[in-house]
Every structure is written in structure tokens, then in C-alpha cells.
Design a protein around this ligand. Structure first.
Ligand code: PXL
Length: 290
């Protein structure tokens, strides 16, 4: 059946505190006119960067959820996975992609595993090898620099040059995805700018969007970035425009939050900036790299 409103299956956790995963994915994509159908991988009291969080892993419940969805004969315009609570969930995500496959469906995999050179608490290293397999089924992947290094078995270093990033993008795209976006790439001199760099296999083009770096670390910005990027692509934008919109949205969120004396673990104040998703990109800053 045709979806008058585009329909997206969102396979992420639901964390009560900290604006990560479904609490970012749902408002962002809904604001962009996309229907989000959540398939929660886990329910947590907060994200895992707070001490003493409580986590309920939903691995054993996912197949019955999917069975019901299959009976409903749903057609998804996109499947978008993020934080998986166990390595065993990778196989389940692969099953969902195969079960709901239709021509024209976009598969977005954000291989959420870590940031700033370390892996998130409560995730095992067995997730890494499983995630290396999952990205083969994706059209779009959005690892941050830490996750890109894990996927390629490379060492994480903040002092990475652009040529190496381009080589990593090519190597990741050779595994399957037609679009690879690496986020949180520090630009030298240190702490001046941060950028996202992307490769599009069809056009063989590399794109870069930079923004000014502010010295604060907000959990969930990766989830918000990939959600805004996915929404933009589903709305029909080109990759560089989608990158621009997503970077501008996150920069705006960081700026809206940074001036307040606020617990950074709560993430960016999404509620204040959701309306920006309606704005056109008026001064795009994307660059085409040689
Ligand atoms: O934003 C990534 C993320 C998603 N889900 C959970 C997390 C984190 C990062 O800390 O803990 C549960």
C-alpha cells in the first residue's frame, strides 16, 4: 500500500533521561513529516553516560514484535537502526531488513558503539564484529570517527588527516553502503572546527560540512544528526543539502544549549530548536572535496 506519509521503522533504545535515541529520533522525524514506528531495543532509566543506569534488554521480545508487524503487511519507506542492546540484535535487524525489503526502501544504519575514542558502557566488543556485518545491508551509514575506526579495525586518533578520512570512507563504502558519512571529525588546529565528511558512491564525490567547535560534549547529538539527515533525504534533498541541514540543526542545538548553565549529560535542548527543521538552508556551507 502507498504511504501518503512516509513510514520509517526506528530500531533504537528508549532512554528516559538524556535525549538520546528514540527521544530524539521521534520528535525530529515527526517534525519533518515522517511517521516513526519505534521498535525499542532496550528501555533504560537514562542513557549509559550516567552512573547507575537501569537497563532492560528487549532482545527476546523483538521477534514477536516483528511477527505482528509482518502480519500487518506494513510497507516501510525506511528502516533506521541505532543503539542495539546486544550483539544478538544485529541478526534481528538483518532479519527485519530482509523481511520488509521493498524497492525504494532506504536502510540507514547508525553503528552506535562509542565516542571520543572509547566504547559505551555495557556494550561488548562482540558487537563490533556483528556491526561490521550489518553495515553491508545499509544504504547509508553514519559512524562517528570512533565507530569508523572500530568498523575498520583501525586505531582512533583525533589527529587524522583528510586523505586518511577519504580512504576510510572508500573502504567503508566498499563493504556495501552507497553513502558513508563520518561525523565528529576534528579539524586541525585542534578545537577550532569539527566536520562531517561523506562519500557518495554513485557520483564518486566527497562532501564536507564544517562547523565551529564549542568545548562541550552532548550525548545524543549523533542520533539527532542522523535523524535530521534521514528526514532530509526522505524529503528528497540531495546528500550535500541533507548534510548541511543536519549539521546546521545540531550546531543550532549546541548553541541554544551552551549558553545555559546546564548539565551537559541532558543533551541539547531539542525542544527549543525543532521548529528550525522547517527552515530552508539559506546559506549552505558544503564543500566538494577533490
Ligand atoms: O547516543 C548514543 C546512545 C544511545 N543509546 C544509549 C546510550 C548512548 C550514548 O551514550 O547510552 C543507551
Amino acid at each position: 500500500m502507498h504511504n501518503p506519509v512516509k513510514k520509517l521503522a526506528a530500531i533504537h533504545d528508549l532512554s528516559g533521561i538524556g535525549r538520546v535515541s528514540l527521544t530524539s529520533v521521534i520528535p525530529i522525524l515527526s517534525s519533518m513529516g515522517i511517521q516513526v514506528c519505534p521498535l525499542p531495543t532496550a528501555v533504560l532509566s537514562s542513557h549509559t553516560q550516567y552512573p547507575d543506569f537501569y537497563k532492560v534488554d528487549l532482545t527476546e521480545h523483538l521477534h514477536p514484535f516483528i511477527k505482528h508487524w509482518k502480519n500487518l503487511k506494513l510497507k516501510f519507506d525506511a528502516i533506521y537502526s541505532g543503539y542495539l542492546a546486544s550483539a544478538a540484535q544485529v541478526e534481528i535487524v538483518e532479519y527485519i531488513i530482509d523481511s520488509f525489503y521493498n524497492k525504494g526502501m532506504m536502510v540507514v544504519v547508525d553503528p552506535v558503539m562509542g565516542d571520543n575514542g572509547s566504547t559505551y558502557a555495557s556494550l561488548g566488543m562482540d558487537l563490533v564484529s556483528e556491526m561490521q556485518r550489518l553495515i553491508k545491508k545499509a544504504d547509508v551509514i553514519t559512524p562517528n570517527l570512533t565507530e569508523a575506526a572500530l568498523l575498520l579495525g583501525e586505531k582512533y586518533s583525533e589527529a587524522i588527516d583528510q586523505e586518511t578520512i577519504k580512504e576510510w570512507l572508500l573502504r567503508l563504502s566498499e563493504k556495501g553502503p552507497s553513502t558513508v558519512v563520518i561525523t565528529s571529525v576534528p579539524e586541525l588546529p585542534k578545537n577550532k572546527n569539527t566536520s562531517v565528511i561523506a562519500y557518495e558512491k554513485m557520483t564518486k564525490r566527497f562532501w564536507k560540512v564544517s562547523c565551529h567547535y564549542l568545548p562541550a560534549n552532548y550525548p545524543g547529538t549523533g542520533d539527532s544528526f542522523t535523524s535530521a539527515l534521514t528526514g532530509s533525504l526522505l524529503q528528497g534533498d540531495s546528500l550535500p543539502i541533507a548534510l548541511d541541514r543536519a549539521v546546521q540543526f545540531i550546531s543550532y542545538g549546541v548553541r541554544a544549549t551552551f549558553g545555559h548553565n546546564y548539565d551537559t549529560r541532558e543533551g541539547i535542548m531539542l525542544e527549543r530548536i525543532l521548529k528550525n527543521l522547517d527552515n530552508p538552508v539559506n546559506m549552505g556551507t558544503y564543500e566538494l572535496l577533490d
